[in-house]
Write a protein that binds this ligand. Sequence first.
Ligand SMILES: Nc1ncnc2c1ncn2[C@@H]1O[C@H](COP(=O)(O)OP(=O)(O)O)[C@@H](O)[C@H]1O
Ligand SMILES: [Mg+2]
Length: 289
Amino acid sequence: MSLQLTDVHISAGDREFVHGVSFDLPAGGVVGIVGESGSGKTLTCRAALGILPPGFTVSSGTVSLGGRDTATLSTREWTALRGSTISAVFQDPASYLNPSLTVGSQVAEVLQVKLRLRRRAARDRAVELLDSVRLPDVYRRYPHELSGGMLQRALIATAIAAGPRVLIADEATTALDVTVQSEILDLLADLRDSTGLALVVVSHDLAVVAQLCDEVLVMRDGAVVEQGPVSDVLYAPRHEYTRLLIDEHESYGLDRFLSLDGAALEGAVLEGAVRERAPLEGADHGAAR
Ligand SMILES: Nc1ncnc2c1ncn2[C@@H]1O[C@H](COP(=O)(O)OP(=O)(O)O)[C@@H](O)[C@H]1O
Ligand SMILES: [Mg+2]
């Protein structure tokens, strides 16, 4: 299912916080949003999910899901879609899980509510989902018994439980160590490939975006300063701000992605993602798309 934002502006009172965001995310596509803290990434995600903070509205522009303008959805219709058709994972997984319930029962609950599975079926399916995020044997564990990376994977299991067509991952891997992060990115890439899941990936880590996304938006102070195929934006940035972001990130490993030669790219480092589309040094950017 597609998610389309067309010139979305987000305001609270007479102050505008986001000044026009557009992207067209097809089924199986991955769009990335990068930019410094406070640039409007999360507000944009929340607008797409119909859960802006109190007082904030989409003051102009449209958000369409599967071709339908979400402004025409009733509260009830939105509630039915959210968590099933369109789902999200945010940073700080602990705050989204109930500390007094087992992890498995929380995944099972989503299945009972959103898919109307019976208890037994929901439990079996929850076990499968936890397995699929590489969390065997945590069904009966409580959130405090899990590490941050395990919690984030549990939250992803919850987010994908009802088989969403669009998943928004807002800094979902930010707090995780590199190994766990890449496991989660692999999992998301697998879901995209196997189910046609469309992904919005928000990260301040350009390496994550380089690995996973087709298209990237660079935001600053609520505005999109640069947007286009990852291969153009990250490998041949036009905007000074994007260049600054890339420079900043070289020390965090983007250089790994930018400086590898073709042979290395064929290897394990970039499993699946950049491989088919990254124009390598000296390659023709236009021809790569
Ligand atoms: N609930 C809120 N109440 C007041 N201001 C908010 C709220 N959420 C976001 N903002 C403001 O909107 C701007 C964009 O925030 P956000 O979308 O969270 O940025 P990002 O996710 O890129 O770090 C910031 O100036 C932030 O202070
Ligand atoms: Mg944010």
